[in-house]
Design a protein around this ligand. Structure first.
Ligand code: MRU
Length: 351
C-alpha cells in the first residue's frame, strides 16, 4: 500500500507555517496535489468548490482553518479577538449548508473563546490550536469505532454497495461507510464493493473507487442507474452510506441519489445502513423536512466532465447536492457508540 492515496492526510495542520493543508480533491484521481491554505476566503472557496469535502472533513478543515486564521490575527484585547473569531466562524459556516459537521466544528471553536472570556489572546490561540487537533483526532476515533460496529454486520463473501464518497477522503481517517470495508479487508474477508459513480460530481468514481482500489479492495464501478440491476441479481448483501445530517427522528440527508438507493434496497429486502458519527447527528433538527438542501450550479450537470456542453442552451436544470432518506428505509444507523435500530429518537443521552 506504499503509494496509496490513504498515506496522504486528507486534512492536516502544518504547524511550522501555521497553515491548513488539504488534498485538492477536484484533482483526484489524476494527481495528488496538496493545497496550503492560510486565508479564510481561500478556505471558504475550497469548501464551496469541494476541494475539501465530505461532512467530517469539512468540519475538521473549518476547525483547523479557524486556528490558522487566528495565527495572523493581530489584536490584543479579548473583545476584539472574540469578535474576529465569531465573524470568521459565521463566514465559513456560510460556505455549505447541509453538512452539520461544519457548524458543529465551528461551534466548538467559538465555545473555546466564550468559555475563556477575558483571557490573554496568546493563551486563547493555544487553546484553539488544541481544540482543532482534538476535533481531528476525535473524528479518526469515531470513524474507527463505526468501522468496528459496521464490521459486525458484514460476512465473508458479501457484496456491498456504497454511494458518493464517505471514505477516508471525506474524513480524517478510515471514512465512515468505508471503515467497515477497510476492516473487513484487513481481516481477510473477500468482499466485493460496488461504487455508484454519483452524478454529477462523480465522488464515487473519482474518490471512492480510487481510494478503495488503491487499498487493494475488490471494487466495481457502476453508473447510478445500475444499482437495481445488481440487486435483482442478488449481488448486493448490504448498503453502507455516509450522511451529512441526521435528524432526531433518523431521517438522514446524504448525497443526492441516496434515497433512491435506499428505496431500491427496501424493495429488494437488502439492509441499508447509514454510518453517522455523532458530529453528524443534529438534535436541533426534528425531521428531514427541516434540513436545508444545498442547490449547486447547473453547469455541474450540463458541462462539467464533457468536452462540449451536452444539454440544450437555457434548459432548466435541477441540481440539489443532497436528498433525505426517510427513517423508515434505514435498517440501522451506525454511530461510534453502537448500532441504533428503529424507532430512532436521538437525544443528548444517545450522543
Ligand atoms: O458534496 P460532498 O461530496 O461533500 O458530499 C459528501 C457526502 O454526501 C458524504 O456521503 C457525506 O458527507 C458523508 S462523508 C463521511
Amino acid at each position: 500500500m506504499t503509494d496509496s492515496i490513504l498515506n496522504t492526510e486528507t486534512v492536516a495542520l502544518d504547524e511550522e507555517k501555521c497553515a491548513l493543508v488539504i488534498i485538492d480533491q477536484t484533482k483526484l484521481p489524476y494527481s495528488t496535489e496538496l493545497l496550503t491554505i492560510t486565508d479564510l476566503k481561500e478556505l471558504w472557496d475550497a469548501i464551496y468548490l469541494l476541494k475539501v469535502r465530505g461532512a467530517p472533513a469539512i468540519g475538521v478543515a473549518a476547525a483547523i482553518g479557524i486556528y490558522v486564521y487566528t495565527c495572523s490575527l493581530n489584536v490584543s484585547r479579548y473583545e476584539d479577538f472574540a469578535e474576529a473569531v465569531e465573524k470568521a466562524c459565521d463566514y465559513l459556516n456560510s460556505s455549505r449548508p447541509t453538512a452539520v459537521n461544519l457548524s458543529w466544528a465551528l461551534n466548538r471553536m467559538r465555545k473555546v473563546v466564550t468559555d475563556h472570556r477575558g483571557e490573554d489572546v496568546t493563551a486563547l490561540k493555544a487553546l484553539l490550536h488544541d481544540e482543532a487537533l482534538r476535533v481531528k483526532e476525535e473524528d479518526t476515533a469515531m470513524c474507527r469505532s463505526i468501522g468496528e460496529y459496521g464490521l459486525s454486520l458484514i460476512k465473508d463473501g458479501f457484496g456491498l454497495l456504497t454511494h458518493c464518497n464517505a471514505g477516508q477522503l471525506a474524513t480524517s481517517k478510515y471514512g465512515t461507510a468505508t471503515a467497515p470495508m477497510y476492516l473487513a479487508h484487513e481481516k481477510g474477508y473477500h468482499i466485493r464493493v460496488y461504487c455508484d459513480e454519483t452524478r454529477p460530481l462523480l465522488q464515487g468514481a473519482r474518490l471512492t473507487a480510487y481510494e478503495l482500489s488503491s487499498a487493494g479492495l475488490d471494487v466495481t464501478l457502476l453508473c447510478d442507474n445500475m444499482a437495481g440491476s445488481l440487486m435483482q441479481q442478488g449481488l448486493i448483501d448490504a448498503v453502507f452510506v455516509g450522511c451529512d445530517r441526521v435528524a432526531r427522528n433518523g431521517d438522514a440527508a446524504n448525497k443526492i441519489g441516496t434515497s433512491v438507493v435506499a428505496t431500491l434496497a427496501h424493495y429488494h429486502h437488502i439492509p441499508f445502513y447509514v454510518c453517522a458519527p455523532s458530529s453528524t447527528i443534529d438534535l436541533h433538527t426534528a425531521t428531514g423536512a427541516d434540513i436545508r438542501i444545498e442547490q449547486r450550479p447547473p453547469e455541474e450537470v450540463t458541462e462539467m466532465w464533457y468536452q462540449r456542453r451536452m444539454a440544450p442552451q437555457n434548459i432548466k436544470v435541477y441540481n440539489p447536492a443532497f436528498d433525505v432518506t426517510d427513517h423508515s428505509l434505514i435498517t440501522a444507523i451506525i454511530t461510534e457508540k453502537g448500532i441504533c435500530y428503529p424507532p430512532y429518537q436521538f437525544g443528548e443521552e444517545t450522543l
